[in-house]
Design a protein around this ligand. Structure first.
Ligand SMILES: Nc1ncnc2c1ncn2[C@@H]1O[C@H](COP(=O)(O)OP(=O)(O)OP(=O)(O)O)[C@@H](O)[C@H]1O
Ligand SMILES: [Mg+2]
Length: 221
């Protein structure tokens, strides 16, 4: 088991009102699974991924990462788990615009203190694996949106994470490109036994998944 949530709840207070964005969610993510979280806009998908990814802390309830109760950890300890184990992919790619594809992928390797020469070798390998060996020197604005998402996936894989969290990774892509990206995530999941959790509106992504959770008003239905 990679991740598990227990009565996981996240409330936001805005003035006098309280929004329960995630409401007593219990879910389990098994090793090497391709898991989808499907729900309408505002249902709590991003909030849930941020909690599982240890970017945010719950109002109540718990996230276990590889059986460890993460509520007992300091922010520094949580950050370490995140850097070593989790890769993120976002709807809007979140690439750094001034860096080339290669440099974008090297960045997390640099953060993990990989020696520069190895950074370069690894980043080239990763970009090859997502079919972009001929785009190494392109900056994001010189890439198509599907290519940008491939770079983002290569970047997410840089430190060999056991878990990839993808928040609507096909949301900005046309349906054909979105399908290619879904197949890529699925093949990475199968080949490297990487666990993938993907939040999506896209029924085709959901169909490809081993386990599907539906979320509505913060609750798994
Ligand atoms: N920082 C915040 N402060 C207050 N309310 C928030 C905050 N972030 C999210 N919310 C609210 O929490 C609920 C869940 O938001 P969330 O972003 O998790 O939904 P989502 O399922 O990812 O939606 P989408 O599909 O549009 O990305 C929404 O009602 C949203 O308005
Ligand atoms: Mg969202």
């Amino acid at each position: 088991m990679i991740a598990k949530t227990q009565e996981l709840t996240r409330m936001y207070r805005l003035g006098a009102s309280v929004i329960v964005a995630v409401n007593k969610v219990n879910l389990e993510v098994k090793e090497a699974a391709f898991v989808s979280i499907v729900g309408p806009s505002g249902s709590g998908k991003t909030t849930l991924l941020n909690l599982i990814g240890l970017n945010d802390r719950p109002t109540s309830g718990k996230v276990f990462f590889k059986s460890e109760d993460t509520s007992l950890l300091t922010d520094k300890e949580r950050r370490k788990i995140r850097l070593q184990n989790i890769g993120f992919v976002f709807q809007t790619f979140n690439l750094l615009p001034t860096l080339t594809a290669l440099e974008n992928v090297e960045l997390p390797l640099a953060l993990a203190k990989v020696p520069p020469k190895l950074q370069r070798e690894k980043a080239i390998q990763l970009l090859e694996a997502v079919g972009l060996s001929d785009r190494l020197q392109h900056r994001p604005k010189e890439l198509s949106s599907g290519e940008m998402q491939r770079v983002a996936i290569a970047r997410a894989l840089a430190n060999n994470p056991c878990l990839i969290l993808a928040d609507e990774p096909t949301g900005e892509l046309d349906s054909e490109t979105g399908y290619e990206i879904t197949k890529l995530l699925l093949s990475l999941c199968r080949k490297h036994k990487t666990t993938v959790v993907v939040a999506t509106h896209d029924e085709r992504v959901a169909k490809a998944s081993d386990v599907k959770y539906s979320i509505r008003d913060g609750m798994i239905t």
